[in-house]
Design a protein around this ligand. Sequence first.
Ligand code: 0O2
Length: 244
Amino acid sequence: MMKRYGRRSFCGRGVHRASKKAKRRINIKEDLTGALTLSPENLLEEELENPMVQLRYTYAMDVIRAKLRLIHADLTAQSRRPVIRNLSSRIKTAESIGRKLVKKQHEISFETAVATLNDIAGIRVVCYFCDDIYRVAAAIREQKDLRVIKEKDYVKRPKKSGYQSVHLIVGVPVTYRDKTQEIRVEVQIRSFAMDYWAELDTQMCYKKNTAQILHVERETKSYSDLIAEVDNKMLELRRQIEDM
Ligand code: 0O2
């Protein structure tokens, strides 16, 4: 089962891809009394796929997507050039949640995932230029109906791998009947150039233990530096043109 940040046009609509149940592996365990129970992975999957859960996360992502369309229109009008190139979103698969919980040495359960993971729902914002990242992040911070819970700036301080993006964990109030629940959504904001590097890194290295191969680690990091240099040169050039 695989759910990725599918490329979606900026105005794209649609529901996040449904999981492929056919590929699902069911692990039933038998305890000493002979009772049959589902494995923690299967229980997690069951709870994650509950329509009320999926719809709450989808709702929260839709609120942010709608907000980002407004931000795009506003910033585009201000700068008289397009600012956001594309948006994509996804709900993390149970498999990926399970792996992340194991990596963080947490027990595998839906409750633990909801309590400890910030990126069950994720939105990726790809901007044209690297300064746009901070304009979009600032605009998100200004929204009174959203709460920025946490921020990570991997542009100012790239990860060891070379990964660059600004991450905002945004809380969205989702009300159903008389109950309001704050749903956390991870918003990853990056430039077109940073996205190119991250997409290829995901395909070739990320989560593949290539970090053990020193030259791969060194090369991917050096390409990230090169791309950042080009990104900055493009920004300088744009500024020169704007000043003409
Ligand atoms: P996937 O499959 O993209 O969902 P937190 O719990 O908020 O403190 P977290 O989520 O543990 O922090 O880590 P972090 O570094 O803030 O963000 C992790 C996400 O950033 C990853 O999600 C990736 O999407 C992306 N990312 C981080 N490092 C790299 C990297 O080296 N290469 C690439 N291509 N992407 C990276 P997941 O859950 O790991 O994966």
